[in-house]
Design a binder for this molecule. Structure first.
Ligand code: GTP
Ligand code: GTP
Ligand code: MG
Ligand code: MG
Lengths: 279, 292
């Protein structure tokens, strides 16, 4: 009996290490481990070797929040998607992938060059626009992002685009003025088309640690984030930060980025994601 | 915060007592949690806690400090030691031009940091040149050229039809001809597990013999920091690290992870998107930030 206890505690230690190494975070890991120890004590789990499968399905059910195709069937076009997030996470590249995805469905896609600040940002989106065959609405570098957004909505409406995706500059959630700027873009879009933007995607980098939680919280407080795109899952990071974000903020993960090319976007699949945590 | 948590752990321990394995076990558990919450890598935390325990056990509790403060003091000192007390200067080549190569994962802040470095070198009276070796990312060359114009530093950019190794080699040759004394290589972001692209970096290194190979790492990186740092260091024998986006509120435990697995110094930190200079790394400030 003593040996079985040792095996169990070794299995539990390994599991705790795996969860922490996946960036699931201390609080969520402790909650999972305490719940697990509880079940083992009450003999609700037969054996320690069933532990991983049990946790995997628990994580999967947390991540099963919100399904994907529910958002844009209930309003007139254009369907407007705003993309936000901190610096360098993959917003512009994700927009290119989304544009490609909708172009493959035969939709007309417009892109708004809403990053009027960073060097080369407008050119970067224009280059992508050529590659995926989407029209890019832009103004001069340094112009007001809200003005670009307004123009883009007007153009998308008058020229009957199916989809408009609005790129925004990277910004830290701790930068008050930049978060206010983001709120203004959001308002202006809604003024030109009530109900828009219909989707606000927060882009998170899978290599990010616990700071992602603060990012999700503050971006959601500023604008009505409707979903997450988790990028760079083609690296070695597991992206476990999304688990507490989905659980606590009720924000679904919509897409994952698995590379730098326009085809490297996948719909989020909770089962595959949960399984990958244990590889 | 950690100080409060340690105060409550030690509320029954008074001055003149000794810190024993028993009475600091609870405290070390709290420190471990704080470090994990700060994104320090799991295995790095384990090693660190053992080191702290060795230093702390047997210590007398000073009259002027509470036991909790005593433990924090030991933890803080140990952290600063690990993060690197000695100020690591930027290396210059014995014969100009000095080559500085920036490498790292996608989006970590390499291009921006290249420009910040160039601007600083120029202010110091050096003659820097930027080399646009990222031929993959759309408009990467435009980005570097725009930054070069902003800071009035020449950008060597033969375009996307030339391979990056050749770009760096010929950039260095051009620099020698034109009296440039510092060449800054902006390389494309890449995954540490991309064998072909890591080999590209090794080729650039062998052809240009950089005095500095700086890993540019995002301060908000999580547990993966050790894998990234270890790979880049094994492949390139980096000379140091630039930690970016420290103007955010990430605790920055990645700094400890990276330093711990590579032994290489964190030389500079990025504190913003504008082209203000990279700042010198302060291990004591970083230690306090990590501990929260
Ligand atoms: N490996 C990998 N790289 C990615 C992925 N998504 C984006 N990238 C790369 O990450 C880097 C940054 O991408 P961007 O799209 O410019 O990121 P951003 O959020 O728009 O950046 P800012 O506008 O500067 O804040 C680029 O080198 C992209 O190719 C991904 O899923 N996997
Ligand atoms: N807040 C803040 N943003 C930064 C800092 N350094 C870089 N950035 C921003 O981070 C984003 C990515 O910077 P880049 O210089 O394009 O990163 P990169 O490593 O060259 O990206 P790739 O070439 O795609 O791998 C941009 O939005 C920069 O403005 C910093 O220290 N603080
Ligand atoms: Mg962008
Ligand atoms: Mg770059």
């Amino acid at each position: 009996l003593g040996e079985r206890k040792d095996i169990t505690s070794e299995i539990l230690d390994d599991l705790e290490e795996l969860l922490l190494l996946s960036d699931i975070g201390v609080t969520t890991t402790m909650r999972i481990m305490n719940g697990l120890r509880d079940k083992l004590r009450k003999n609700e789990i037969r054996d320690a070797c069933f532990v991983r499968g049990f946790i995997r399905s628990e994580i999967e059910s947390i991540l099963n929040y919100g399904s994907i195709d529910t958002l844009w069937e209930d309003h007139d076009p254009p369907h407007i998607i705003m993309v936000v997030g901190v610096n360098g996470v993959g917003k512009t590249t994700t927009i290119a992938k989304l544009a490609r995805h909708y172009r493959d469905q035969g939709k007309t896609v417009f892109l708004a060059a809403g990053d009027t600040f960073r060097a080369g940002a407008i050119q970067q989106l224009q280059e992508w626009g050529k590659r995926v065959n989407a029209e890019v609405i832009s103004q001069a570098e340094g112009s007001d992002p809200s003005a670009v957004a307004w123009d883009a909505v007007a153009a998308a409406k008058s020229r009957h685009a199916d989809i408009l995706i609005i790129d925004t500059a990277g910004r830290l959630h701790t930068q008050f003025n930049l978060m206010e700027e983001l709120k203004k873009v959001h308002r202006v879009v809604g003024k030109n088309m009530p109900g828009a933007p219909h989707e606000i995607l927060l882009v998170l980098d899978a290599t990010t640690g616990q700071n992602a939680v603060a990012q999700a919280r503050l971006f959601s407080e500023a604008v009505r984030v409707t979903g997450i795109a988790l990028t760079k899952l083609d690296g070695t990071a597991k992206g476990g930060i999304v688990i507490s974000i989905v659980n606590d903020l009720k924000l679904p993960v919509r897409y994952i980025g698995i590379g730098e090319r326009m085809d490297d976007l996948r719909d989020f699949d909770p089962r595959t994601f949960a399984a990958a945590l244990f590889e | 915060n950690l100080t409060d948590r340690l105060q409550s752990v030690f509320k029954t321990l008074r001055g003149h007592a000794k810190l024993t394995e028993g009475n600091i076990a609870e405290a070390l558990r709290e420190v471990r949690l704080a470090l994990l919450e700060a994104d320090v890598n799991f295995k790095v935390v384990k090693r660190f806690i053992n080191q702290v325990q060795e230093r702390a056990v047997g210590k007398e509790v000073f009259k002027s400090l509470t036991p909790g403060q005593q433990v924090i003091k030991i933890v803080h000192e140990e952290l600063v030691d690990l993060l690197g007390r000695e100020k690591a200067a930027m290396v210059r080549a014995p014969m100009p031009p000095t080559v500085v190569m920036l490498v790292g994962l996608q989006g970590s802040g390499k291009t921006t940091s290249c420009a910040k470095l160039a601007k600083t070198f120029k202010k110091e009276g050096r003659q820097p040149m930027l080399v646009a070796a990222d031929i993959y990312r759309p408009a990467a060359i435009d980005q570097l050229k725009t930054l070069g114009t902003q800071i009035d530093v020449p950008v060597y950019a033969p375009g996307t039809d030339i391979n990056p190794v050749e770009i760096c080699e010929s950039g260095l040759a051009a620099a020698k001809r034109e009296g440039i004394d510092t060449v800054i290589l902006d390389t494309a972001g890449r995954l540490h597990i991309d064998r072909a692209l890591m080999d590209e970096l090794r080729n650039i290194k062998s052809k240009t013999n950089p005095s500095e190979i700086l890993l540019v790492a995002d301060a908000m990186t999580g547990q993966d920091a050790v894998n990234i740092a270890q790979s880049f260091n094994n492949d390139l024998d980096i000379s140091g690290v630039i930690l970016t986006k420290l103007d955010g509120d990430a605790r920055g435990g990645a700094a400890l992870s990276i330093k711990s697995v590579t032994g290489k110094p964190i030389k500079l930190v990025g504190m913003g998107e504008k082209l203000d200079p990279l700042e010198v790394f302060h291990p004591d400030r970083m230690a306090s930030r990590i501990l929260g």
